[in-house]
Design a protein around this ligand. Structure first.
Ligand SMILES: Cc1ncc(COP(=O)(O)O)c(C=O)c1O
Length: 393
C-alpha cells in the first residue's frame, strides 16, 4: 500500500495539520514539577542560569541572556548597541514582523532590503551596492546620504533557519563600523563556514516560542562574545537593578525569562541534537519528493553554510501556489504561505527601501510545509508522497 493509499487509515495528528509544534516528551514535566515543589516559578530559580549556559554552549559562545521573548531579545540587543531615535537599521523585508518592530521600538526606522532569490536571506550584493551609493562615513558614523540619518546597525535574518551570508555581511559592517544584530529566532543549529552561525554576529537574538526547534513556551535569548556588551544586555533586560536596595542604574526593561519557562527550555535543549536531526530528516523527505519536479525549488542549504531546517518549504511558480496549497489542504496537510513582506505591512509601508522583487516573489511562491520534530517515519513518508502528488509531474 502506498503512503497515499494509507491516507484514510492515518490518524491525523496536529503535527500534520500545523507547521511546527513542540515535542514535550522529555524531562519537561519533571522539571516543571521541581519549580512547583521549590516554589520557584518566577524569575528566581536555578533553571534560568542553567538554560543560559546550555544556550551559550549550543551557540558556541561564552554568554547568553535569557529573555521573555525573541522580540524582547532583539529589542534589548539593539538598545544595548546604542540604536536610538532617528536611526536607520538595515532589515530584510522578507521576515516576521518582529524584526522590524524591535527597530521601531527603539524609535528607529527599518531600512528595508530585498533578499536574494534562492535562499531568501539579505541580498549581500544589493547591500554592498546600496551602501556604495547611499552611505558615507561622517565623523566616524555611517550616514544614509539621501536622508542624513545615521545607519546604526545591520540586522540580517536567518529566514526559516537558513543562515544569512554572515561572513560577507560582517565584512561590510566592519568597513562601516556597524554592529551586526542577527535575528536568529530559528537559527540554533545553523552554521556558516562550519561554525555556529551565532559566532559571526555582534549579537544574535534567539526565540524559544512554541513553534521553534526548541521552546520554553515563550522566551528568547541574546547570545554574544563581548562580556561588557552582554553585561549591558543583562542589565537592560532586568530593570538595571544594582543590588538589593532598589537602586537602578538606568531606565530599563523587565524582559526576564521565568524559572518555569527556563525549566521547559532546559528539558528541550537536552534533546537539541535529536531535534535538529529530526528537522534534517523532514527536509530530506521533502527534498526527495520535490526533486526533479518542474519549476519547483526546495529551500535548503546555501553555498555559505548549513540550514537548521526550522521550517521546510518549496517554492513553486506563482500561478501554481494556490493549487498546490489546495491539494495539500484537501489531504488534511497544514501547508501555508509564509511571511508577507514588511514593506506591504501598514506600519512599514513608508520605510525607506530597495526594490523588492524577491521578497514579493517569496510571498507568491513559498509553500511552507509541516516540519514538526515529532513526525514519525510513516508521517514523513505520507507528507512526502502528498507533496509529490500536489506538485504534479
Ligand atoms: C524571524 C523571527 N523573528 C522574530 C521572532 C519573534 O520571536 P518571539 O515570538 O519569541 O517574540 C520570530 C518568531 O516568532 C521569528 O520567526
Amino acid at each position: 500500500m502506498t503512503a497515499l493509499a494509507k491516507a484514510s487509515a492515518m490518524p491525523f495528528r496536529s503535527a500534520l495539520t500545523t507547521l511546527a509544534e513542540p515535542d514535550l516528551s522529555g524531562n519537561e514535566a519533571r522539571y516543571l514539577q521541581e519549580c512547583i515543589a521549590t516554589n520557584q516559578v518566577s524569575s528566581v530559580g536555578p533553571f534560568v542560569s542553567r538554560f543560559e549556559n546550555a544556550v551559550a554552549a549550543a551557540s558556541e559562545l561564552p554568554h547568553a541572556v535569557a529573555t521573555s521573548s525573541g522580540t524582547a531579545a532583539l529589542h534589548v540587543a539593539l538598545v544595548a548597541l546604542g540604536v536610538t531615535s532617528g536611526d536607520l537599521v538595515v532589515v530584510p523585508s522578507y521576515t516576521f514582523i518582529a524584526s522590524a518592530n524591535a527597530v521601531h521600538l527603539c524609535g528607529a526606522t527599518p531600512w528595508l532590503f530585498d533578499v536574494e532569490a534562492r535562499f531568501l536571506t539579505l541580498d549581500v550584493d544589493l547591500l554592498r551596492e546600496e551602501f556604495r551609493r547611499h552611505v558615507a562615513m561622517r565623523s566616524g558614523h555611517a550616514v544614509h546620504t539621501p536622508t542624513g540619518r545615521r545607519v546604526a546597525a545591520i540586522l540580517p535574518v536567518h529566514a526559516l533557519g537558513i543562515p544569512a551570508d554572515l561572513d560577507a555581511i560582517a565584512e561590510l559592517a566592519a568597513r562601516y563600523r556597524l554592529p551586526v544584530v542577527a535575528d536568529g529566532a530559528a537559527a540554533l543549529g545553523a552554521t556558516v563556514g562550519g561554525r555556529a552561525v551565532t559566532k559571526a554576529a555582534t549579537l544574535t537574538a534567539l526565540s524559544f516560542n512554541g513553534n521553534k526547534t526548541i521552546t520554553s513556551g515563550g522566551g528568547g535569548a541574546v547570545v554574544g562574545a563581548d562580556p561588557a556588551l552582554i553585561g549591558l544586555v543583562r542589565s537592560l533586560s532586568t530593570t538595571a537593578r544594582a543590588g538589593d536596595a532598589y537602586e537602578h542604574e538606568r531606565a530599563a526593561f523587565n524582559y526576564r525569562m521565568t524559572n518555569v519557562e527556563a525549566a521547559i527550555g532546559c528539558a528541550q535543549i537536552e534533546r537539541l541534537e535529536h531535534f535538529l536531526a529530526a528537522k534534517r530528516d523532514v527536509a530530506t523527505a521533502y527534498h526527495v519528493a520535490a526533486e526533479g519536479r518542474a519549476e519547483t525549488a526546495l529551500l535548503g542549504d546555501p553555498p555559505w553554510g548549513a540550514s537548521a531546517h526550522w521550517m521546510n518549504a518549496v517554492m513553486v511558480e506563482p500561478e501554481r501556489q494556490e493549487r498546490v496549497l489546495d491539494r495539500l489542504s484537501a489531504s488534511g496537510i497544514g501547508a501555508r504561505r509564509f511571511w508577507r513582506p514588511l514593506h506591504w505591512q501598514p506600519p512599514y509601508r513608508d520605510a525607506p527601501r530597495t526594490t523588492m522583487e524577491h521578497s514579493e516573489d517569496a510571498w507568491r511562491r513559498v509553500v511552507a510545509l509541516p516540519s514538526s520534530t515529532s513526525l514519525t517515519d510513516s508521517e514523513r513518508a505520507f507528507l512526502a508522497e502528498h507533496l509529490r502528488s500536489a506538485l504534479g509531474p
